[in-house]
Design a protein around this ligand. Structure first.
Ligand code: SF4
Length: 329
């Protein structure tokens, strides 16, 4: 089986954008690949870090992933900063990565624009750390959304630069594009993101979810109840497509186009289907948070396993670079 590597920032609670855009896919893929999922807390430092909330956010993310169906035995879920090799390999890769490659990254340009007062070196170096994350485990497959494809291409480049200079060491990984790469937020204008305040949280209160859905943007052409709409122009319909069974979906399409169904009824159907998917996740989440020791122990055990693998890779790299311990010369 090939090695799959993916990461997620410890933003706290997962939302449906994370779930339908990525995590649901990881749950499926864990049966086809040797899977590593990393809570990338080192990556999270480049924008803003609140040391007080970080431990809880890491824990919540790990529990959320397990609650979504990440298998505790099949997948190695771990926390990035608990494995020293990530930072080590980043430095080594820094020495083979041309600066120009980093400066042309779209994400760097966007983030530098968004966070003008905090354009730190980590922001520029972000994709190198990402390459180190993947290649430390000799990752071959990386499930990503479209916005990350450029970074995976750079990871391949970095592997090539290293292999050319020091001999064949790293595989050239491939990006595995998820079927639903971009879930829009409730505002219908931007990608769903906690920082944009346009999310539906996986473990959010049902009443709260309905409150948000009931005022969420729909097709603007449906001003009155009798106005027909175009489902493809409606964000609510895009959520239906993620979760609503085909026959019901066809009825909604027909009902919207002929004004036979109103937006509130349409949203009620979405809410019902969404709760059917989220209820088991919410139950599992609460069951796991009730035994934090077990989750912490599992994460520590996985970090140990990853540290062993990381050491192996770092040793191989150092040998190739002539960085042998003096007693070996
Ligand atoms: Fe959107 Fe449904 Fe209203 Fe049509 S009926 S505009 S799909 S919410």
């Amino acid at each position: 089986m090939k090695v799959l590597f993916t990461g997620i920032q410890p933003t706290g609670d997962l939302h449906i954008g994370n779930y339908f855009g990525a995590v649901r896919n990881w749950v499926r893929l864990q049966h086809e690949y040797i899977s590593y999922i990393c809570v990338v807390d080192l990556h999270a430092l480049v924008i803003f870090n609140d040391p007080k909330t970080m431990p809880q956010r890491i824990f919540d993310m790990a529990v959320g992933l397990y609650a979504c169906g990440i298998d505790m035995e099949k997948t190695t879920l771990f926390v990035q900063s608990e494995v020293p090799g990530h930072a080590d390999l980043t430095w080594i890769f820094n020495t083979v990565t041309p600066l120009g490659e980093l400066e042309r990254m779209t994400q760097f340009k966007d983030k530098a624009q968004q966070h003008r007062k905090n354009v730190n070196a980590g922001l520029l170096d972000y994709p190198v750390l990402q390459a180190a994350d993947i290649l430390l485990y000799k990752g071959e497959v990386v499930p990503v959304g479209e916005d990350q494809v450029q970074h995976i291409e750079l990871t391949r480049e970095i592997a090539r630069y290293f292999n050319k200079r020091y001999g064949s060491t790293f595989p050239e990984c491939e990006a595995l594009l998820t079927e639903t790469p971009r879930i829009m937020g409730l505002d219908g204008d931007q990608k769903m993101s906690k920082s944009k305040g346009n999310t539906i949280g996986l473990i959010e209160d049902k009443e709260e979810i309905w409150k948000k859905l009931s005022v969420a943007k729909t097709d603007p052409a449906r001003i009155r109840r009798n106005d027909p709409g175009t489902p493809e122009k409606c964000n609510i319909y895009s959520y239906h497509k993620l979760i609503t069974p085909e026959t019901e979906l066809a009825e909604i399409h027909q009902g919207c186009s002929t004004a036979a169904i109103g937006c509130i009824d349409c949203k009620k159907i979405l809410f019902k289907n969404l709760m059917a998917e989220l209820d088991p996740i919410r139950n599992k989440y609460h069951a796991l948070t009730a035994k934090p020791k077990e989750v912490h122990e599992l994460l520590a055990e996985n970090a140990k396993k990853c540290t062993l693998q990381a050491k192996k890779t770092i040793l191989e790299v150092k040998e190739k670079m002539g960085l042998k311990p003096v007693w070996k010369i």
